[in-house]
Design a protein. Structure first.
Length: 394
């Protein structure tokens, strides 16, 4: 059996909304449906009935994104009911996992055309309550927020593993001697690059605003931020720590989606592809050091592609925390840091968990198309200690 080439024909995303912001009134299944519909509308030569599957990442799944949000997106987008959908969860890597799984199905001949993406509404993530151990309890019950992080932790888990995400970022800062000043400087650069990219129109062909919502660009970009402003913020996780709200990614809402095909499906679209999917890798690491998860995943993905850091044209690394991103960069000494996130990263753009991996993959594909040729890489750290990476080519 021959392995088929897999092409990214198009990639779209919503503007990323801040927690409680412009997209707070939009259900996650509607966000997902919007980007799926946008892909179909931007490819009028493709009969939607030819879509073999829709694969979506979603890190929560406890609220309005329950009941297989990918299938809900198919139905809400008005696609034929014959189009199936499946939802996958690899926490922060869910959107990229969706791309990998859809690409794998195409490469093996199980599909010819697929949509892959991700969605998250951290604003609308519900509170949940566990069922009591015995009937008719008289006392109060614990409500858990499903917005972010550990909850209802298994007591068999070592305490070292179950630290907060922010404390995990502090541990990476400790490991690599990353100062507060370095993290703040990294965060400022993320905002500067994102604002410059929007001003230059670099996101115009990628972002599809949600109808009826007054949000045309990413909501968390702070163009006017300064080193002094960031220095005034208090540490968020340790009294004497280095991680603050200013050098970490915010809580966000958004969705992203990509149209993937094989050669036959590509002809049916009548379009030139943005890029081709080359390889991917996923790896594990100690849970409390999750921020360094991309280190091995990136190296494995590049090795499988027969490429090195010197071959890269574009590199999108998710900025869960400045400390985490800087920690990864410290372990890739042969990589030119100037290559990373040229259009801004998640500290400025935002990190809607299940959508981020699809956003990064789409961004790399658009950058390769703009360059005309080259090799691109996208990678994320993942809570509970994993990393995922994807190599694209044009």
């Amino acid at each position: 059996m021959s392995i088929r080439d897999v092409y990214i024909v198009d990639a779209v995303r919503t503007p990323i909304g801040k927690f409680g912001g412009a997209l707070a009134g939009v259900r996650p299944d509607d966000l997902a449906a919007h980007v799926v519909r946008a892909l179909v509308d931007r490819t009028p030569d493709l009969d939607p009935a030819r879509i073999d599957d829709v694969v979506f990442g979603d890190a929560n799944g406890a609220g309005e994104d329950n009941r297989d949000v990918a299938r809900m997106a198919v139905l809400l987008a008005g696609l034929p009911v014959s189009v199936p959908g499946v939802t996958v969860n690899r926490l922060c890597g869910s959107g990229m996992e969706a791309v990998v799984q859809a690409a794998r199905a195409i490469a093996l001949g199980d599909a010819s055309v697929a949509v892959a993406g991700g969605v998250e509404s951290m604003t609308r993530a519900p509170w949940v309550v566990q069922k009591p151990e015995r009937a008719f309890p008289a006392g109060h019950q614990q409500l858990w927020s499903t917005t972010l992080g550990w909850r209802m932790t298994n007591p068999r888990m070592p305490e070292e593993w179950t630290v907060s995400l922010g404390e995990g970022a502090e541990l990476v800062a400790d490991k690599h001697g990353i100062t507060r000043e370095a993290q703040d400087a990294f965060a400022l650069e993320s905002h500067r690059k994102a604002a410059a990219a929007w001003s230059a129109g670099l996101y115009d062909g990628e972002v599809v605003p949600y109808p009826g919502v007054e949000l045309v660009r990413d909501e968390c970009i702070r163009e006017g931020s300064t080193p002094e402003a960031l220095a005034r913020l208090k540490p968020a996780f340790r009294p004497d720590g280095t991680v603050t709200a200013g050098n970490a990614s915010p809580l966000n809402d958004g969705a992203a989606a990509l149209l993937l095909t094989d050669e036959e499906g590509l002809r049916a679209t009548g379009r030139e592809p943005l890029a081709r999917i080359r390889t991917s890798a996923v790896t594990g690491i100690e849970p409390h050091l999750f921020g360094l998860g991309p280190v091995d995943a990136v190296q494995r993905a590049l090795a499988k592609a027969g490429r090195g850091f010197g071959d890269l044209t574009a590199f999108e690394l998710n900025e869960a925390f400045a400390a985490q991103a800087l920690g990864c960069l410290a372990e890739w000494p042969e990589l030119d840091p100037a290559l990373v996130n040229p259009r801004g990263g998640a500290i400025a753009i935002g990190h809607p968990l299940g959508a981020s991996g699809a956003r990064l993959a789409g961004s790399v594909a658009h950058q390769l198309a703009a360059a005309g040729s080259g090799t691109g890489l996208a990678a994320l750290c993942i809570g509970v200690g994993q990393g995922i990476a994807l190599v694209l080519e044009r």
